[in-house]
Write a protein that binds this ligand. Structure first.
Ligand code: ATP
Length: 588
């Protein structure tokens, strides 16, 4: 596909107001792709050079992209800067100067999407002395030969802000439609995606091997699997009911999730986060321990990493553990706050894909390769056949300082990438308040009012994720409780991503500014109420769900969650029902 064609699809995508229109445009675009460029077409649509677990980011500084604009079109730094100040968007600035170029114009070379992609890859891979100049040079080569519209998207892609707004589910649906003529094949494509977490690979296999390739997708080492997620209910009785009278129960550790891939022969260990970013470098002691302690040649297993003191049997709070997620001072922090992984599942062992084995069999395999008192330990587990026994286990976990428990269906396979009742979490709750926090996506923000007019930030408009419709539905405004420092942080962060309302945001309220649904914050509230002002959980024009007295509990952004990892509208409805049943009372 020519990049010119891709750019006109991007322009159309910018103008849509509904997700269905978005799917139609993407379908047309994917129909133009072949097996030779489908991977690049998909990655470019996502605004990335590779899935996050490869850690390859283009993310050129705005300053460098501005320099490339100056060089390509013969303008001064001052001129480009002043236009950028006006547009607030380097894409529009590149477009502006492209059609007013003072340089002798190269004939438009008509490059393909793949050529642009490869040049961007080359830019990303250039490092070391003189690399900044080289990057600017390479980018200006693209600008000099591009049309105005191409320049717009090249600039945005280069700074990592293409923002076409298409989520994973939307891309999968369009892929299904382009290949089969209907959206029905999406669930098969989703299964493959859940196993490899790489939309480009799914597209490539579909176009090169067809449906057979998709149906035979297998787990492979060092390609992270999308994590299984837990549902929530209010009581042990409900858990036993859902699990048909018997289930496993494990402690719920409040650290961060770690998916460990190990290959003993090549002494290679990699650790992926809940968002499937490659976090290996942050945890040297865990990599070393995996090779030393885990009795397997090759394995993919999963657990919760937490700072734990074996002598006092003490679990440190999440705020302590999270300090280990850092890029600098790693060695020092690893001595100060050493982690333990409490492993709770295994997905692959010595050449065998275990996703479809029942939980209880996977657990036995896990017990065979992981011991009890190491840096890599196994999670606590018991099989219970009554609510009373489950309650006893729960109370014991709470008294040990844990967050609660996760119940697991003994016969269930590993449900990659989905929140299903094969795992159910039960957390400690607090009297009079909503038992659990919500992780909400920021979709808009408000300007400061009254005494705070000097701030260009006064509050947030937050949404839940509706995973069956792949849209974001507003659930609350948060206008109080921000410190001045926090307001400044939000002002800077959100100002960068403000723009047109995303076609996947469903809202009846209008904030002062819409932002790209990107950042997730943790919110606590007193109650969930019905409200016509919000679209969360509303069917058609009906009444939605909203939060009463919402406030932020985290200092800032939950960077371990992407927009699609936010609390779902379905979860809010189930929390509302739990609250209505009056079962939110303290369990202790
Ligand atoms: P939360 O904020 O409650 O941890 P979440 O949205 O991150 O929720 P859920 O799938 O809802 O994720 O809850 C399960 C999470 O609990 C897992 O992501 C995992 O990180 C953590 N966890 C801790 N202990 C266990 C365990 N024994 N089994 C499964 N998950 C566990």
């Amino acid at each position: 596909m020519l990049f010119e064609e891709a750019a006109s699809f991007y322009e159309k995508l910018e103008g849509v107001s509904s997700r269905l229109e978005m799917i139609d445009i993407l379908t047309e675009m994917f129909k133009k792709s072949t097996k030779d460029d489908i991977k690049e077409t998909i990655y470019m649509t996502q605004g990335i050079l590779a899935p996050p677990f490869y850690g390859i980011e283009i993310g050129m500084a705005e300053k460098m992209v501005a320099q490339a604009i100056e060089v390509s079109y013969g303008y001064s730094k001052k001129e480009v800067e002043s236009n950028f100040k006006k547009t607030g968007d380097l894409g529009n600035t590149a477009e502006y100067f492209s059609c007013r170029s003072r340089m002798k114009r190269m004939s438009h070379a008509k490059f393909t999407l793949k050529e642009v992609f490869m040049q961007m890859q080359k830019i990303a891979n250039t490092s070391g002395a003189g690399s900044q100049d080289a990057k600017v040079r390479m980018l200006s080569q693209l600008f000099a030969a591009s049309t105005q519209l191409e320049a717009r998207y090249i600039a945005r892609f280069a700074i990592g802000a293409l923002r076409l707004g298409a989520g994973d589910a939307t891309i999968l649906e369009a892929l299904s439609k382009a290949y089969t003529g209907t959206r029905e094949y999406k669930s098969e494509l989703e299964n493959a995606y859940n196993i490899c977490s790489d939309l480009g690979s799914v597209g490539y296999v579909l176009l090169s091997e067809g449906k057979k390739g998709i149906e035979n997708f297998k787990v492979s080492l060092f390609s992270p699997i999308r994590p299984a997620l837990a549902e929530r209910v209010a009581t042990s009785e409900e858990i036993l009911e859902k699990m048909h009278g018997i289930c496993a129960v494990e402690s719920k550790y409040d650290g961060f999730r770690a998916q460990v891939h190990m290959d003993r022969k090549h002494k290679r260990v990699e650790i992926f986060s809940r968002r499937l970013e490659n976090t290996t470098k942050m945890f040297p002691e865990l990599c070393e321990a995996a090779l030393k302690e885990v009795d397997a040649e090759e394995a993919i297993f999963e657990g919760e990493a937490i700072v734990y003191n074996q002598v006092s049997d003490e679990f440190l709070p999440f705020q302590e553990t999270i300090q280990r997620k850092r890029k600098h001072g790693i060695e020092e922090k690893s001595r100060e706050l050493p982690l333990t992984i409490f492993s709770f599942d295994i997905m692959y062992l010595d050449g065998k894909d275990l996703l479809n084995k029942p939980y209880i069999e996977r657990r036995k395999m896990l017990e065979n390769i992981i011991g009890k008192n190491g840096t890599i330990s196994i999670s606590d587990m018991a099989v219970v056949d009554s609510a009373k026994k489950l309650d006893m286990y729960f109370n014991d976990a709470i008294s040990r300082g844990l967050e609660g428990v996760v119940a697991k269906d003994l016969n269930s396979s590993y449900v990659a990438g989905a929140r299903k009742f094969s795992w159910i979490k039960l957390k400690r709750s607090y009297k009079g308040e909503l038992s659990d926090t919500l992780d909400l996506v920021i979709v808009g923000y408000y300007l400061g009012k009254g005494q705070r007019t000097n701030f260009k930030f006064g509050g947030l408009l937050c949404a839940t994720y509706n995973d069956s419709k792949d849209v974001f539905e507003t659930v609350t405004r948060i206008g109080t409780g921000f410190s001045e420092k926090q307001m400044k942080v939000f002002e800077d962060l959100l100002n960068r991503i403000k723009g047109k309302k995303n076609a996947r945001v469903v809202s009846v309220v209008e904030p002062d500014f819409w932002v790209e649904p990107k950042y997730v914050v943790t919110v606590k509230a007193d109650e969930i109420t019905r409200s016509p002002m919000h679209t969360c959980g509303a069917e058609g024009e009906g009444t939605g769900y909203a939060l009463r007295f919402p406030r932020l509990v985290s200092d800032g952004i939950r960077d371990d969650k992407s927009a699609e990892d936010a609390t779902t509208s379905k979860e809010v409805i189930s929390m509302y029902k739990m609250q209505k049943k009056g079962k939110m009372s303290d369990k202790l």
